[in-house]
Design a protein around this ligand. Structure first.
Ligand code: ZN
Length: 220
């Protein structure tokens, strides 16, 4: 039973991974969180992740992944690259291979702590051109990790088939709606909670929230 097992959550302090952290806490006996510091535009992201992990009483590991910025400069890590949507190609916030690396490192860390379950908030539904968010990729990586370390990892992707509205609904089911609204950081401009309201991440988050509240209002 999952209730007897231990999981490691790939955790950024954003809406999606915080919802996953609440989900993991409800699903597994023990949970640890891992955050990757790869020179994000804003230190705020790391600080928010620390605050949330402390609030949820989850052991938190912060791993230095500065090499990712050396390998793949992108708008998420470099203030001299503008955040923009580009027709027919991944957005400028794309960091090549990010989920491949994050999930792999989470698995290596997890094995040290006897945690064979890995939870990640990747999602194919609002697939923004990130190939390593796809379900087929995650399944393939799961097999590779098991072979590479001779261990029975299970990668969990509770958000894989949810849209943003449904992710808010999941947070609500987990009793975490208000907490996720107020304490997570999704905004590319480093503004916690409802964010700057202008960047693509804020617009996506607000759009989903509006849709969820509208649906919820209609059901009351
Ligand atoms: Zn924003």
């Amino acid at each position: 039973m999952l209730k007897d097992e231990k999981a490691v959550v790939v955790f950024s302090g954003g809406q999606d991974s915080t919802t996953c952290l609440f989900w993991a806490k409800q699903t597994f006996k023990d949970v640890i969180a891992v955050t990757f510091d790869y020179g994000q535009r804003h230190d705020a992201e790391i600080n928010v992740a620390k605050e949330i992990a402390a609030h949820l009483d989850v052991p938190h590991h912060i791993l230095n992944m500065g090499l990712l910025n050396q390998l793949a400069p992108s708008a998420l890590t470099r203030t001299d690259i503008a955040i923009e949507e580009r027709e027919g190609e991944p957005p400028s916030t794309f960091v090549e291979g990010r989920n491949l690396l994050f999930v792999s490192f989470a698995a290596i860390l997890g094995k040290q702590f006897d945690a064979r379950h890995i939870v990640t908030g990747v999602c194919e539904t609002d697939f923004s051109g990130y190939p390593d968010c796809r379900d087929s990729f995650v399944k393939s990586l799961n097999v590779t990790l098991n072979l590479s370390m001779d261990y029975e990892f299970v990668i969990h992707t509770p958000l894989m088939w949810l849209d943003k509205k449904e992710t808010w609904a999941l947070a609500d089911q987990l009793g975490a709606f208000a907490y996720v609204c107020e304490n997570t950081l999704t905004c590319y401009n480093g503004v916690k909670g409802s964010g700057c309201g202008e960047c693509p991440a804020c617009k996506l988050r607000q759009n989903g929230l509006d849709q969820y509240l509208e649906q919820k209002g209609g059901n009351v």
